[in-house]
Design a protein around this ligand. Sequence first.
Ligand code: FMN
Length: 259
Amino acid sequence: MQTPVNQTKLFYYSPTGTSKKIAHAVCKGITSNQLSETDLTFMEAQAEQIHDNQLAIFVMPVYAGRIAPTALQRMSGIQGRNTPAVAIVVYGNRHYDDALLELCDVLKQQGFTPIAAAAFIGEHSFSRKEMPVAAGRPDECDLSIAAQFGEKIAEKLQSGDFYQELTVPGNYPYKEARQQPPMAPESSENCNLCGTCIEVCPTRAISLSDNRIVTDAAACTLCCACVKYCPQETRIFNTPFTKFLYENFSSRREPEWFI
Ligand SMILES: Cc1cc2nc3c(=O)[nH]c(=O)nc-3n(C[C@H](O)[C@H](O)[C@H](O)COP(=O)(O)O)c2cc1C
């Protein structure tokens, strides 16, 4: 007989906070399970085996049509044993391309059985006030859909019938990661050295040196947490990509789930 799944282990990587919001909203819908969560934004997960009475949920942002590489690295020590898992990607209203397929594949390689998957929309990391891309998302509507998705997951767990192969969109070979020259956001001269950017950087790429903010472009993942959380709004990532996204990917996309 199958062990009842009565606990949820939530893992997320979320430099600008949108994946975290979706993660919490989905778990709100799974009321029957006791929840424990691990934020992978600032640290790698400790090696861990997820038990068969647990459901593992992974929520990760999409970078260039794939899962953010740092997120994959941070979750690499988490293993299942045919453990049911949910794959969720959050993307900035352009597209998630092969990211959901990639996350499901990685979960299988790590011993999990994906039983549900979803793609939600979050404000694009490169969105700016004057050129907004999915600004304010996930909004109330997205969060309500996320909670409904959680309810569907709970129903599936209750039914116990969750070992059918799950099919999600995506292609092989996955979208190739394009090599970019190292670049990074910059602090303008109005920066008051408050240090928020240093604290919120998931890869510790920012430091204070000789009374100025220094960014190690080689370590920067362009997540833009430093830009989003700068209280003075003096941190900027100036990229032509913002205008491109604003002009081409402003029409609202909606969440999708697969169960
Ligand atoms: C380097 C980089 C690449 C991105 N690539 C994509 C992409 O291919 N498609 C898309 O729609 N959004 C893309 N985004 C936007 C993020 O997926 C989106 O803003 C997401 O909500 C960020 O999640 P977080 O708030 O949890 O950090 C990219 C963001 C960054 C920083």
